[in-house]
Design a protein around this ligand. Structure first.
Ligand code: B12
Ligand code: SF4
Ligand code: SF4
Length: 382
């Protein structure tokens, strides 16, 4: 059982947590109660519409995702933390605008956040437990049926925006979320009740695959993040030309968001880009054999998709890029790859490039990625 918190011990504990959170490299923390019932109909509607596609884990636990005490009995509070991940100088718009380059989501350029954050959250939990002389604490980072953004909103950390990201007024949206479920009766912070998107709809318009059904509603099956990371099979040929050079995740709906002018760069050494992944040529990555893929993605979230899907995604990127001899020669090296999935995407890319070389040499299918959007310090959020 947790100790009862007197007003004085509560204030001391909060001060201690402030210090520990900083030392452990988190950017912010806040506390919520566990009342997420308002979210249940929206989650249910999303599942009923099948927007989760093949992410069976989204449906497996049903409403438990929105009911923390059903996941961990006796939970009455959730401590939510966030951690900035955007590394400085990764020039996302320049890479997106270079069709021979591979665009990798900025969250995946460094070390996988799951383990890093879970380990630190477990350390934070142990410190709190010691100071509070008891209590139960379970740490999660996208690792269990937890409605992370709803909890963060409930803790007052930001609002779930039209692009469905959790946006913080002072830090934009380039951060990860993590939680500690606890039975320690900490005072809850004030929930965020206002959305600050106003009349803006830039994210809905920019989405390359038009994955938003409307504001606050995403059909994951069309989202490039889903297609390149979560989806295992063949990518719908109708969506391939829309994906441009985005080969692992997508950031367009964040890049265009005016609130991200307030984004803070990460100070975490482990989130710095590895192996030049922030600015690599599609061909170079496509030529990695499986052993190279496994070595270069060690400790990275990219490793989870495996070499086969890596090649699938890069083949789509190459098919959308310039029809150079270099690209075609690289693709040809995989025409007899043991995986039918890879062969099919490679054939698509080659025939697309050949057709393009014949009709309009030098052109690319890649969309103009951000339609020339360049946030400036003078931009005002809507
Ligand atoms: C499944 C999933 C995905 C799916 C589906 C995304 C989605 N929008 O749901 C896919 C693979 C597409 C995806 C993509 C990405 N993801 Co993701 N993903 C998740 C995961 C595992 C679950 C999200 C979820 O619950 N979706 C269910 C749907 C129904 O939620 P929703 O669309 O947000 O709708 C909710 C609200 O909008 C609300 N609602 C809507 N209208 C209204 C109205 C009222 C009145 C109320 C009360 C509520 C309400 O109800 C719904 C339930 O809360 C979480 C981790 C976690 N365990 O939470 C990470 C997570 C959301 N992802 C994250 C990230 C970083 C990304 C990407 C940026 C990665 C990338 N660069 O490629 C993209 C962003 C795409 C996007 N615009 O969302 C971060 C987001 C951090 C942040 N600042 O918000 C999370 C939190 C992981 C983490 N631990 O940090 N993701
Ligand atoms: S991540 Fe990309 S594809 Fe997915 S919703 Fe955002 S802009 Fe659209
Ligand atoms: S781009 Fe505009 S509408 Fe979309 S999340 Fe940002 S502020 Fe909201």
């Amino acid at each position: 059982m947790p100790s009862l918190l007197t007003p004085q011990s509560h204030a001391t504990l909060r001060q201690q947590i402030d210090g520990w959170v900083q030392t452990l490299g988190f950017s912010q923390w806040a506390v919520s109660d566990i009342r997420l019932e308002d979210h249940e109909p929206y989650l249910q509607k999303w599942l009923d519409a099948g927007y989760h596609g093949s992410m069976a884990y989204m449906e497996r636990h049903g409403m438990r995702r929105a009911r923390p005490a059903e996941l961990v009995p006796d939970t009455c509070r959730v401590i939510t933390v966030r951690m900035n991940y955007l590394a400085a100088d990764t020039e996302p718009l320049r890479v997106l605008g270079s069709p021979e380059k591979a665009y990798i989501s900025r969250y995946a350029l460094g070390r996988d956040y799951h383990k890093l954050m879970r380990k630190r959250l477990a350390q934070l939990a142990a410190l709190i437990q010691e100071s509070a002389e008891g209590g139960q604490y379970r740490a999660f980072v996208d690792s269990a049926p937890v409605l992370e953004r709803a909890l963060a909103e409930r803790a007052g950390m930001g609002w779930i925006a039209k692009n469905t990201m959790l946006i913080n007024e002072r830090a934009g949206s380039w951060f990860f979320l993590g939680e500690i479920y606890t039975d320690l009766p900490l005072a809850a912070d004030t929930p965020k009740t206002n959305k600050h998107c106003g009349s803006c709809s830039a994210c809905l318009e920019i989405c390359p695959t038009q994955a938003f059904v409307g504001p606050f509603e995403l059909d994951a099956r069309r989202c490039i993040s889903y297609l390149t990371i979560e989806h295992h099979g063949s990518i719908d040929p109708a969506l391939r030309p829309l994906m441009g050079n985005r080969v692992f995740g997508c950031d367009d709906c964040q890049l265009v968001c005016p609130w991200n002018k307030f984004a803070q760069h990460t100070t975490e050494a482990d989130f710095q880009p590895r192996h030049g992944l922030q600015n690599s040529e599609l061909v170079a990555l496509f030529l990695w054999d499986e052993a190279t893929f496994l070595t270069r993605t060690e400790g990275s979230a990219i490793r989870r998709i495996g070499h086969e899907r890596w090649l699938r995604n890069l083949a789509v990127g190459l098919g959308n890029g310039p029809a150079t001899e270099h690209a075609q020669a690289a693709l040809a090296t995989r025409l007899d790859h043991p995986s039918a999935l890879v062969r099919e995407h490679v054939s698509w890319a080659l025939s697309t490039l050949r057709a393009r070389a014949k009709n309009a040499p030098g052109s690319t299918a890649a969309l103009q990625p951000i339609h020339g959007y360049h946030p400036t310090p003078d931009d005002s959020p809507p």
